[in-house]
Every structure is written in C-alpha cells, then in structure tokens.
Design a protein around this ligand. Structure first.
Ligand code: BGC
Length: 693
C-alpha cells in the first residue's frame, strides 16, 4: 500500500506548526524527522543506513548487484556513482513511487576537483594559497554536480600527509595543518554555501577520518600509528576546521589508528568527533570498510564488524551491506540498541529534509539546468584562472622564462599533446578529451603570433623505448628553446597508487639528458600528482615548472605562465625530497637534542645525503623579485589568548608586477613539550606592481 498521502499529511501538520514564529527551523525539521521515523519498520530504518554504488561506475572492489530491488524494498536509502539528471531521476522514481514510504534517495559521488569542468587536482590548487579561488572551484563543482542530479560530494579530502609515496596526496592540501585547515574551510563553504535553499549546493563530506594520510611506508590502506599529540597537533586540525565550517557528513577511513580501525573507533567517532567537536551530521564509512575490519583482525566476522561500527557511531554503511544483512539480528540480540539506530536514521533523514528532498525529491533533476550549467564557459574560465595560480615555478636560470615572443619552439615530451591525463586522478565524470592540451594551446598561440612551433613526443611516460629521442632532439636543435612536458600518468597517483620510487618514470629523465646535450635551453614542465625526485633535472634544466594536473584548461594556463601573461605565484604545500631515503620529510620538524650539523658526525643526519629537501614547503619563484624589511612585532610578551600582530614591508624589486605569498611562521623556543622549528601561523597573498611596496 502506498502511504505518501499519510506522510504528506504528517508533514503538512508539521509545517503548520512552523508558521508559529517561536518554532525554529531545526525544531521543525526534528518534528518532521520524527514523524517519518514513526512510520518506519526496523528494516526500513536499516535501509536508510545503507548506501550502494550503482553498476554504472565503480570505485572499489565489490559490486552489489540488484540495487534497484533494494531501493524498492526500502533496503537502500542512498546511492553513489550515479549521476546525470536522466539516470538519477529514474532511480529516484523507483524510491518515491515504488518503495512503501517513498523516502527520497540521496545521491553521492566523488566530485573531488570538479564534476565536468575539471579544476586542478586539490594538491595543485592548494599551492595557490588562494582561499577565494578554492572556494570558487568547489562552488562551481557543486553547481555542476547539483545540476546533474547529485546531492552529495565525497569531498573535501583533508588528510594531512608527509608521504609522497602515498598516491592520495594529490587529493589533499599537503603537509601543513594551518594551511590545510583554511583549505578545508574554503572547500566546505564552496560546496555547501550557507544553506540548501537553492539548487546549486551539495553536501560536503570531510574525509578520511582519521589519519589516513600517514600510512606506514606510504602504502595505501596501511596501518597508521602515531601519538595522540601528533594526531591532535598535525593531523586533526583540518578535520576540525571542516566540521566547524559546517560540513554535514564525515567519512571514516580505511586504516587503523593506534590499533583500532577508524570505522570501529568509538573514541574517534563518538568522543572526538561528536562530543568534543559537536559534529551533528552523519558519518558514512568508506567503501566496504566495515567488512574490512575482519581482515584487520578487529572483528571475528562481518556481523561482529557491523556491531562494532554501529556502536562506535557509524550512521551509514558504504557498499558493504553489513548493516543490511546483520543489524536486525544484532538488535534482536541486544548487542546494538534500536535507540542508536533511530539516532542514526534521524541524522540521515534530517539531512534529506535540509536538502529539501521531502518537499521535492526531483529538486536536482532539471535537464535544462543541467545543460546550461555543466561546462558553462564561465566555469572553464575559472578553471583556467585557478590553474595558472596553482603552477609553481621551481627553477628559472638566467631568466629563461618568460618566453620571448616570436622565438621558435620545440615542444616535446609524452605529456605535451596529452589531453586525457590533464584531468588527473579522481576526476570522476571528467572527460579528458575535452581538455585543452599544452600543444593545443601553443598551436593557437603560434597561429596568432606567427612563431615556429615544432612538436615530437620523444618517448612514452613509461617503458624503455628511446627510438623517438632522435626526432625530438633534431627539432630541439632547430628551435630557439625546447619545452619538454613530462611526468606521471594520472593513474600513477590517487587511490591504490602508492609508489616506492617517486622518480620520473620510464626513460623520461634520459630523454631530458639528450635534450640538454643539444646545448639549447630546456624548460621542463612537470605533470604529476605528488612530489617527485629528479636531482639531475633540478641541476641541469634551464627552467622547471611544476604544473601538476591542471584540469580542463591546463594547456592554456601553462601557456599563460610560460609566456608571462600570468606571473607565477604558487608555493609548494608539500616538501619535495632530494631522495626517497629522506621520506617522510616535512618542514615543521623538531630540533632534536642533536640538531643537524653537516660538518660533524654525532648529530641527526645522514652519512650520504644532506638533510635539506630539493624544494621546501612554501617555496616557489616568480618572474619578479621581492625584498622584505625586518618584521615588526608590536609586543614582546603574549598570553595564550593574545593575537600576535606582525608587520613587514615587502617590495617588488623586479621589472614586472607580481604576487608574493608572505608567510608567517612561529617557533615556541621553550615549552613543556617540544615544538617544531617552524610552524605556519599566517600568510597574505599580495599583488604589487614593479618597484612598488
Ligand atoms: C575511497 C573514498 C571514496 C569512496 C567512494 C573509496 O575507495 O577511499 O575516498 O569516496 O571510495 O567512491
């Protein structure tokens, strides 16, 4: 029997109540939530605590077939990996018209750095240090997702990481807790805005809670073990910032932390997240991470794993189907209380109400809007702008860059003409063939400006084939300058993409050696998802541009920087080691009792390499130069609650306008616990004209 009319009556009664000014929105929603909850069977409640992927796409190992039947029977309240208005509408129709209660589905998806208009990978964007730009990119991603039927992004990923071997560093904001917190806040604000009254915002999901960015040996999914102090000081702040910014959902991580898998960690989920930090949204697990507690050796079987997860505070089981299969039994046995289940369902229903889905389950299903919003020209312009801001100039010998207009160019390397890789890992619904490559952008410039442009690939990203070197070297000799675009393929980072050797793959370094041997200036443009080691190139290339994976408009953005139409201002947010043996390497290290001294033996150092990285956190060059006056700090002594105001005059001493990211670090010289040598506590990004302060 369909009971939508009954539900509607209950809701109308509830909304009549709200017309009285004294009832706040949250109270009104609570009443509405309770009125729905009262109609639900235990099975339907557990259904709301269950999310499955569709068979359209997969982002993990287990596919649950027949999710349509689960929607009908009320066994599945949310779906992921389904998008576009046409597809989500079909599934929503099943939920609304064919399930007993007609509770609308929630559609989630990994919109990590753009839905169709793809922005730079988050690690790249973080190098812009530009919170407004990152908020805007998240906001555009939200608008496009919402226009394509989605309600919820599994982002931002805010895991701090000091581990370049770990492939997922590309999804985060690097190694610093202060910067990471600002980025977390900006992204949550961009995705969610102030409310869901309109149709252009989606739920944010802070992930992966917690400590996922510190897997031992950099291997994805591996054990995480750190002191609570390290956790709270360095890894926790971005999660906290995201929650404070109002993120409505949090995803548990795959790893264990201090011996307890996050998905069954009551201290993490109930004490730290909810009690200490006041999180009121719902907690979803990562993909089959309840089931994986059996492999962790923390649960005897899946039923036990489900009990541990529910009792720890998990509200929604992603893809594992454990709650669906066993929770009823665990409740009957008194191991999990129905009261807890009710609380979890309340949290989930509340969010469906906040989104307005009970009022209009098809609120996000409008084909015209989808057509107008997805790939809107203004979105692509914004993608180009933040791509330029994300580029970090690592080396620029003898002002090799910017390029002099009119000079002939040999554009070589496996990534020069590549479009597909530009979108980077975790680009979800992104379409690589719609990207503008470096070659596309240079061809457009050559047609307009009339310079000679030659192109040859030279070699592949991976493999040992050097047969293409000769042609690339030949055109290199003919050109005034060689631009080599090299790096990783997009699948070399992201999830399950750890690398033990973070070198430039294949024969690409050998290729650069052959190009440098021509005696022509060689500009190396890197595309990659993590810090890499390339000491030979660092020493011998004329210029090095860290271009990451810049998304839909990566090619034009690189052209803008290489030609000086945009003066690079990005600064690294992750340390680049000289050698893999230095990892983990990060800027906010401590002094130790035997501080580094390269000239003596008995101190904290290596015998075979210096301690310093190739390029430190906060590093990045510009086409202009800046000088700093001495910093003025108003007072000598401070209490814990005081604000430190520091002033410094920065002058652009070069010949072009430029932006400088002025960074403010502190060191607590003596404390009851040891503190790092440097901790970022503030920064300002300032644009100055040539010769101006
Ligand atoms: C990833 C998550 C992602 C989820 C859903 C997992 O494998 O760890 O980050 O949100 O899949 O696609």
């Amino acid at each position: 029997m369909r009971i939508w009319p009954l539900l509607a009556v209950v809701l109308i009664i509830a909304s009549c109540k709200t017309s009285a000014q004294s009832v706040k929105t949250s109270d009104r929603i609570s009443t509405q939530v309770d009125s729905v909850l009262a109609l639900m069977t235990l099975q339907e409640k557990i259904g709301q605590m269950t999310i499955y992927t569709t068979d359209w796409e997969s982002t993990g190992p287990t596919i649950k077939a027949g999710y349509q039947n689960d929607i009908r029977s009320g066994d599945c309240g949310s779906l992921f990996n389904s998008h576009t208005v046409a597809f989500t509408r079909k599934l929503q129709e099943i939920a609304v018209n064919e399930s007993r209660l007609g509770i609308p589905l929630l559609f989630g998806y990994d919109v990590i750095h753009g839905y169709k208009t793809i922005f730079p990978i988050p690690l790249a964007e973080s190098c812009s240090w530009d919170m407004a730009a990152m908020e805007q990119s998240a906001s555009i991603a939200a608008a496009e997702s919402a226009a394509a039927g989605l309600h919820w992004t599994f982002a931002p990923m805010v895991d701090i990481s000091r581990e370049p071997r770990w492939g997922r560093v590309m999804e985060g904001a690097g190694e610093d807790p202060y910067l990471g917190s600002l980025v977390a806040r900006a992204r949550v604000k961009g995705f969610q805005g102030n409310n869901f009254n309109g149709t252009d915002k989606v739920l944010a999901c802070i992930k992966h809670f917690a400590g996922y960015g510190a897997p031992i040996a950099g291997r994805d999914y591996n054990t995480v073990d750190m002191s609570e102090r390290t956790f709270r000081d360095f890894y926790f702040p971005p999660y906290k910032a995201g929650i404070e910014a109002g993120a409505r959902t949090v995803m548990t991580s795959f790893n264990d932390l201090d011996g307890i898998p996050s998905t069954g960690n009551k201290w993490l989920l109930s004490d730290v997240l909810r009690k200490e930090n006041g999180f009121t949204g719902f907690i979803v697990t990562d993909y089959t991470s309840i089931n994986e507690m059996v492999n962790h050796g923390f649960a005897a079987d899946e039923k036990h794993a489900g009990e541990l997860a529910a009792n720890a505070g998990v509200d929604m089981d992603m893809q594992g189907g454990v709650f669906q299969r066993y929770l009823k039994e665990s409740i009957a046995a008194g191991i999990v209380s129905e009261k807890m289940v009710d609380e979890a369902v309340r949290r989930i229903l509340r969010i469906k109400f906040e989104l307005g889905l009970f009022k209009d389950p098809f609120k996000y299903c409008n084909e015209q809007r989808e057509k107008a919003v997805v790939f809107a020209p203004a979105h692509l312009d914004a993608a180009r702008d933040i791509a330029r801001k994300s580029i970090v100039l690592l080396k620029n010998n003898n002002k090799t860059l910017p390029l002099t207009k009119g000079k002939s160019i040999a554009l070589v390397g496996p990534l020069a003409a590549d479009r597909g890789n530009l979108i980077g890992a975790w680009s979800g619904a992104g379409e690589g063939d719609k990207c503008v490559s470096v070659l596309d952008a240079f061809q457009e410039r050559a047609a307009k400006d009339g310079f000679k442009l030659m192109h040859s690939k030279g070699c592949a990203i991976e493999g040992t084939d050097t047969s293409g070197f000769a042609e690339a070297v030949r055109i290199g000799r003919e050109a005034d300058i060689i631009i080599a675009v090299i790096g990783e393929s997009k699948d070399m980072s992201g999830e399950a993409s750890s690398r033990a050797h973070i070198t430039i793959p294949g024969v690409q370094e050998q290729f650069i050696k052959a190009l440098v041997a021509t005696g022509k200036p060689v500009v190396v443009v890197l595309m990659n998802g993590r810090p890499l080691t390339f000491p030979w190139i660092a020493e011998h290339a004329s210029a090095i541009v860290e271009a990451w994976w810049l998304g839909s408009r990566g090619g034009p953005a690189i052209g803008d920087v290489l030609y000086g139409d945009y003066n690079p201002s990005g600064k690294l947010t992750m340390t680049f080691p000289r050698d893999i043996g230095q990892v983990p390497i990060y800027y906010n290290l401590k002094n130790t009792g035997r501080p580094y001294d390269p000239n003596t033996k008995w101190n904290s150092r290596y015998q075979d390499i210096v301690n310093s990285p190739q390029y430190p956190f906060g590093y990045g060059l510009s086409y202009t130069t800046f000088t700093y006056d001495s910093m003025i700090v108003t007072r000598k002594d401070y209490t814990f609650s005081d604000t430190i105001i520091a002033t410094v005059n920065v002058k652009n001493t070069g010949s072009v306008a430029g932006e400088e990211i002025v960074q403010f670090y502190v060191r607590d010289l003596v404390g009851s616990v040891t503190r790092p040598l440097k901790e970022l506590k503030g920064f300002e990004k300032n644009k100055t004209g040539a010769g101006r302060e």
